[in-house]
Write a protein that binds this ligand. Structure first.
Ligand code: BTN
Length: 256
């Protein structure tokens, strides 16, 4: 494995850069099951990911060599299984900090962990957890950020990239270092177990928090206001009668 001159403490200090891979998440999972033990903070980066996975069985398709496409391995035994969404919060906040460095307005997290600039998607996160009893054991954090890509096919709804938003082209190695530093800072905060504080920050950046908006519930348009996200990751929406209802990802969709 190569090492680079990253400025992080541990995230990405062990890094493997691949030219072509089906999915960095699957590659990391196979490493984990066949090459034990893996170093905490190991990163697998791909120039071209030809079978990238998105959330809920969707595909993550991006142009080779233009974007940040990687997976991060973390030892997450300090988290109980029912606290796992705090990990999503910490990682999402790390990515928001990174994007906000270049885009000053309109950066948000669309629940559960899509990265948006106004009403356009700039990145996504796919977290796959391995449990041990009531605790998390390992987490594979897959991250895709659209960086230098200017044109997208129809597979992504409302896509954007750092280049589209800023009119600039970026050095991917430098961005990776910055992104991993932002993720590490937020992950170390998570490790200090200040969960409530983390949630306050997550809600501050959450698209639609405390604002009435439209959603699709079982295919029917409803109005409601996001009031909370539980530690298990359920979205709490107050309907127009003031009744709070909790939804998982299959039960509710944003109308954007
Ligand atoms: C989503 O928004 O649906 C999540 C997208 C996650 C994409 C990343 S790219 C690196 C890693 N490997 C994968 O196969 N998927 C994630």
């Amino acid at each position: 494995m190569n090492t680079t001159t990253l400025t992080t403490l541990f995230i990405g200090q062990s890094i493997l850069k691949l030219k072509d891979v089906e999915s960095t998440n699957d590659y990391l999972y196979n490493l984990l099951t066949n090459v034990k033990p893996l170093v905490d903070g190991t990163v697998i980066l791909a120039e071209n990911q030809f079978g990238g996975k998105g959330q809920h069985g969707s595909a993550w398709i991006t142009e080779p060599g233009k974007n940040l496409t990687f997976s991060l391995f973390l030892n997450t035994l300090f988290l109980k299984a029912n606290q796992q969404f705090y990990l999503n919060m910490a990682i999402s906040l790390g990515v928001v900090d990174f994007i906000s460095h270049y885009i000053k307005k309109g950066v948000s997290i669309k629940w559960p962990n899509d990265l948006y600039v106004n009403d356009k998607k700039i990145g996504g996160i796919l977290i796959e957890n391995i449990l041990s009893g009531n605790y998390l054991k390992n987490s594979i954090i897959g991250i895709g950020i659209n960086v230098n890509q200017l044109e997208f096919d129809n597979s992504t709804k409302n896509p954007t990239s750092l280049a589209i938003e800023t009119g600039l082209q970026f050095n991917l190695d430098q961005l990776l270092n910055e992104l991993l530093s932002n993720i590490e800072a937020n992950y170390l905060f998570l490790k200090s177990l200040k969960f409530e504080n983390l949630k306050i920050q997550y809600l501050e950046h959450l698209l639609g928090y405390n604002i009435e908006r439209k959603f699709l519930k079982a295919g029917v348009e409803i109005k409601g206001t996001i009031t909370d996200v539980t530690q298990e990751g359920f979205l709490e929406i107050n309907n127009t009668d003031g009744v709070a209802e909790k939804y998982d990802i299959k039960q509710i969709a944003f109308i954007i």
